[in-house]
Each structure stands twice: as structure tokens, then as C-alpha cells.
Design a protein around this ligand. Structure first.
Ligand SMILES: NC(=O)C1=CN([C@@H]2O[C@H](COP(=O)(O)OP(=O)(O)OC[C@H]3O[C@@H](n4cnc5c(N)ncnc54)[C@H](O)[C@@H]3O)[C@@H](O)[C@H]2O)C=CC1
Ligand SMILES: Nc1nc(O)c(N)c(N[C@@H]2O[C@H](COP(=O)(O)O)[C@@H](O)[C@H]2O)n1
Length: 319
């Protein structure tokens, strides 16, 4: 971790007095080959459904990791890994995606804002000399929370709700296996009151883990169903931020060569070891038909960009 920064403390950013972040154009240009096409207009408050729902959205897998592949010190502990410059990079990515997806574990642990705090390009410089005003970027991503059993106790106090109320972000779409009528009425009212909604995803599967005594099962959507639902909501691109269970389940599909869902991978690597007990990015190793380990997943078209004390790795999954 950086010299003066505690990983569990909120960290300083290259923000100006109003909290807005600046990401230099020169750094943004280096990311361009790894991004979806620019969004033409700000996200509408009411999303239009897509006329061609059969394709999937552009999928960017992006997260910040330590040198020992940890996303956080422990499950449920919000942990700062990105330094100021790479944090600004993440918020730039948020301006370039129609949606941002996290699992309910992250929503509960982090109470995230899931908005974009990048300065509007109309402000044209950190000092705001463009149109003379300093404004937040107009392209806000739609927060999506994967919450099959609707366990997230979203309320007026949730950061994502507060930001949407202030028009500094969009209301969340909560992907659940529940019928909308089964979701507690007060939570539904909060979410719908800021332009969000509960979205029922079909095709929930029970995944068994372990055998015999102590075996558990957990509910999981097929990723193809999640992505199709995102596209049907009129959202053409999604950045998948975490946490561990979301990232590992997505990577395990790529690892097994079962499905090719991820278009781009953008990882911030921070110069720190979080130690044992963290939430790891470590997908299960794929096994071939002969029961031997399958070739591991690798990135191609790789680029590395130092940002402050971190390095940002971009690539595409080698097919
Ligand atoms: N460093 C970073 O960039 C990030 C760090 N984090 C950290 O990760 C930790 C949370 O990670 P986890 O505990 O693994 O929780 P998680 O955020 O991955 O959520 C797990 C839950 O999401 C749901 N889920 C996941 N995959 C699903 C699927 N295919 N279908 C349906 N539902 C699905 C399930 O309900 C599951 O219990 C937190 O400590 C958080 O701070 C989270 C995001 C980014
Ligand atoms: N890029 C990045 N760097 C870190 O150090 C992080 N801890 C995270 N976490 C992700 O960002 C969310 C919190 O940020 P906001 O409140 O939404 O601004 C958190 O929930 C993770 O998804 N990311």
C-alpha cells in the first residue's frame, strides 16, 4: 500500500474540491482499444428496451487486485487498493459503459456508489475553463446488483440510492430470481422511487459445493441469461467489477472454454500484499476430458500502463 494510506481508510483521489475526478486524455487514449464504442448520449432515466435482444452487451471484466490476488482483506471488508490515478481510471471506465455490475456480497460489504465521478468533458480541463462550469460527466452507468434471493436490504440510506436522488447516478436494477411481488414492498418503493427496479432473471440453478456433510448449495444464474437480460434492458455495455464470487464464476466459464462472454479485461494491480484470508480472484482450474489440467486462460493484445504507484493491465482473453 502507499506510504501514508491505510487500506481500510477512504483514500485521497485526484479530485478537485467538489469531489470530481480528472483522467488525462493521454491515459484514456491508451485504453481505447480495450473499450466499447463511445456512448453517444447520456443514459436515459427510463431505459428503452432493446429491439434486438439476441446479442449480448460488450463485457469488460475490471477490478483492482493486490500482488497476492486479493480484492479485499476479508469478505465484507471494504478495502482500498487503487491509488488516486487508477481510481480516476475506474471512474473513466464507468463513463464508457452503459451498466456496472456487482454481486450482492459487494453491495452489502461496500455500500458502493456505483456512479461516475469524472469531470464532464464540457468542463474541458480540471480547472473548468471549457464552458466555465465544472460539472459531473453526463454518462452515468446503470448499477446492476446480482441478488438472486433479494437479500440486499436497500434503503434510503444506501449510497447508490442517495446518489440517484441527487441525480449524481442512476437508480439500481436488482437482478433477482424472485417474483417482483415477493420483494418486500418498502425496498421496492425505495428502488423504484429513484428510477431503479427489480428485474426477474429466469433460469436460476442450484450449484452444489462440496460433498457429504457440510455440502452447500447456492443459487446462481447462467451468465448468458444475465447478459441477455442486460441487453434486453437496452444496455449495450457492462463493466463487471466484482466481487470475488462474481469474477471467479465468470472466469471459470472462460477457463473451461465453455462460453466466450468477456470482451475485455482491465485490471488495476496495486503494489501491496493483503495476506491470507482475503477475497481472492482464483477461478477453479479447468480439467479436460482426459481429466488432465486444461491449458490455462491467457490474455492477448496485452498492454500495461503505470498509473501513479499502480499498474493497469489490459487484454483480451486468448481464444
Ligand atoms: N478490489 C476490487 O476491485 C473489488 C473488491 N470487491 C470486494 O469483494 C468482496 C465481495 O466479494 P464476494 O463476497 O465474493 O461477493 P460478490 O460481490 O461476488 O457477491 C456474491 C453474491 O453474488 C451473487 N452471485 C454471484 N454470481 C452469481 C450468478 N452467476 N448468478 C446469480 N447470483 C450470483 C450470489 O448471491 C453471491 O452470493 C467485498 O469485500 C468487496 O469489497 C468487490 C468488487 C471490486
Ligand atoms: N477500482 C477499484 N479499486 C479499489 O481499490 C476498490 N476497492 C474497488 N472497489 C469497487 O468499487 C466500488 C466502490 O466504489 P464506489 O463507492 O462505487 O465509488 C466497490 O463496491 C467495488 O465494486 N475498485
Amino acid at each position: 500500500m502507499t506510504s501514508a494510506v491505510s487500506p481500510t481508510e477512504p483514500q485521497g483521489t485526484p479530485s478537485l474540491s467538489d469531489g470530481l475526478l480528472h483522467f488525462p486524455t493521454s491515459s484514456a487514449l491508451k485504453l481505447e482499444p480495450h473499450l466499447p464504442p463511445p456512448r453517444s448520449s447520456p443514459s436515459p432515466t427510463i431505459t428503452m428496451t432493446n429491439s434486438n435482444p439476441n446479442q449480448k452487451p460488450f463485457v469488460t471484466l475490471t477490478f483492482a487486485t493486490s500482488l497476492d490476488s486479493s480484492l479485499s482483506l476479508a469478505p465484507g471488508v471494504r478495502t482500498t487498493l487503487s491509488g488516486p490515478q487508477s481510481k480516476a481510471m475506474t471512474h473513466f471506465l464507468r463513463s464508457r459503459h452503459a451498466a456496472i455490475l456487482v454481486g450482492v456480497g459487494t453491495a452489502v460489504a461496500d455500500d458502493p456508489g456505483l456512479n461516475c465521478k469524472i469531470l464532464s468533458p464540457l468542463s474541458s480541463s480540471p480547472e473548468g475553463v471549457g464552458n466555465g462550469k465544472r460539472e459531473q460527466h453526463p454518462n452515468q452507468p446503470r448499477p446492476i446488483i446480482l441478488d438472486p434471493s433479494a437479500r440486499w436490504e436497500v434503503s434510503e440510506k444506501s449510497k447508490v440510492v442517495q446518489l440517484a436522488r441527487l441525480k449524481q447516478g442512476l437508480g439500481p436494477f436488482i437482478f433477482t430470481a424472485k417474483e417482483v411481488g415477493e420483494v418486500p414492498e418498502e425496498r421496492r418503493a425505495v428502488v423504484e422511487g429513484v428510477g431503479g427496479k427489480y428485474v426477474r432473471v429466469e433460469g436460476l440453478k442450484l450449484k452444489g459445493e462440496g460433498k457429504g456433510e457440510g455440502a452447500t448449495s447456492r443459487e446462481s444464474f447462467a451468465w448468458a441469461d444475465v447478459l441477455r437480460t442486460i441487453k434486453e434492458e437496452g444496455l449495450d455495455s457492462v463493466m463487471i467489477e466484482g466481487g470475488g464470487s462474481v469474477i471467479n464464476s465468470l472466469l471459470s466459464l472462460e477457463q473451461a472454454g465453455e462460453q466466450e462472454l468477456v470482451d475485455s479485461v482491465i485490471v488495476t494491480i496495486a503494489p501491496t500484499w493483503l495476506g491470507a484470508g482475503g477475497v481472492l480472484v482464483c477461478p477453479p482450474r479447468a480439467v479436460g476430458r482426459d481429466r488432465q489440467p486444461a491449458p490455462p486462460v491467457r490474455l492477448r493484445d496485452v498492454s500495461w500502463q503505470p498509473l501513479g504507484e499502480d499498474v493497469v493491465l489490459c487484454g483480451k482473453i486468448l481464444r
